[in-house]
Design a protein around this ligand. Structure first.
Ligand code: ZN
Length: 292
């Protein structure tokens, strides 16, 4: 999310109204009625069980009852166009991962620079460098979620997708050695989000499609459009940490954007049978079973 770019005619805030979930054993081949939440809940339980087995977790621990430390932690990368996008779209899921002992990196395409910061501030990748307010907010948000910030060094509002930037982003993502990658949904009103989605997808292909790949939604209607979830994560217990992380982005009117995201979380919860949920689209070629 970002308040620095606005389309010519901003859409009114509205509740997400998506098509029914379309997962059948990980594919989108058949529609599943939203009046049939039970299989989705079972699928979520199955995914948790598989994640536990895959990561060698020592015990199945209810979310919020204490972290289930894993013997072999996964590395999760959540890519986003701006500081705040990963937190708003995946903050509850990130908190679940870190509570279970997994490593999470929030990979921001840019540092949310104001135009007055100039080009010089764009290329800095070290999260400890620079004093821009949005960098400080991102560091605070990551600290709340137990995640590590990484900046890809592009400029806010001036995302570039060309062969050199494909290569640079692919090398950056490869070096993070992710087991799971979360990407922004490509149908989005913000050009930085579309660019980030394209760069991440190309990087995933160049990695041999090895990491699991999920897409997330953010600021539906304002940014994400036409998002058809295949998978859900119960964030009912981690929502307070997500909220705190999102409100760390104090310069970005969190009272407005978090209200919208809360509507989405409650709606996704209705779909999946949880009080609040985050929804994802799993790539059809992605391995399943690595959601928390
Ligand atoms: Zn954004």
């Amino acid at each position: 999310m970002s308040v620095r770019f606005r389309p010519p005619a901003p859409a009114a805030r509205r509740r997400s109204a998506q098509s029914p979930a379309t997962e059948v054993h990980g594919s989108w081949l058949a529609l599943r009625s939203s009046h049939q939440p039970t299989p989705l809940i079972r699928a979520a339980a199955s995914r948790r069980a598989l994640l536990t087995a895959t990561a060698g977790a020592v015990a199945a621990t209810a979310c919020g009852a204490g972290p289930a430390r894993s013997a072999t932690p996964l590395t999760i990368v959540v890519a986003g166009g701006h500081p705040g996008d990963p937190e708003y779209g995946c903050g509850g899921t990130v908190a679940r991962y870190t509570e279970q002992g997994h490593k999470v990196v929030l990979l921001y395409l840019n540092r949310g620079e104001a135009l007055s910061d100039g080009e010089a501030g764009c290329s800095e990748r070290d999260p400890q460098q620079g004093s821009a307010v949005r960098v400080r907010e991102a560091l605070a948000a990551c600290d709340i979620l137990g995640a590590t910030p990484v900046f890809a060094g592009q400029c806010n509002g001036h995302a570039v997708v060309d062969p050199p930037h494909y290569q640079a982003f692919a090398e950056l993502l490869r070096d993070l050695k992710p087991d799971v990658v979360f990407n922004q949904w490509p149908i989005d009103n913000h050009p930085d989000h579309r660019a980030l989605s394209n760069l991440t997808y190309e990087a995933w292909i160049r990695m041999g499609r090895t990491p699991a790949l999920y897409y997330y939604e953010v600021s539906n209607g304002e940014d994400t459009l036409m998002f058809p979830p295949s998978d859900y994560v119960d964030i009912s217990m981690t929502e307070p940490r997500k909220r705190q992380a999102c409100y760390a982005h104090a310069s970005q009117t969190p009272e407005r954007f978090y209200a919208l995201q809360s509507d989405v979380a409650r709606f996704r919860g209705i779909e999946a049978g949880f009080p609040q949920a985050e929804a994802f689209v799993r790539h059809v070629r992605s391995r399943p079973g690595l959601l928390p």
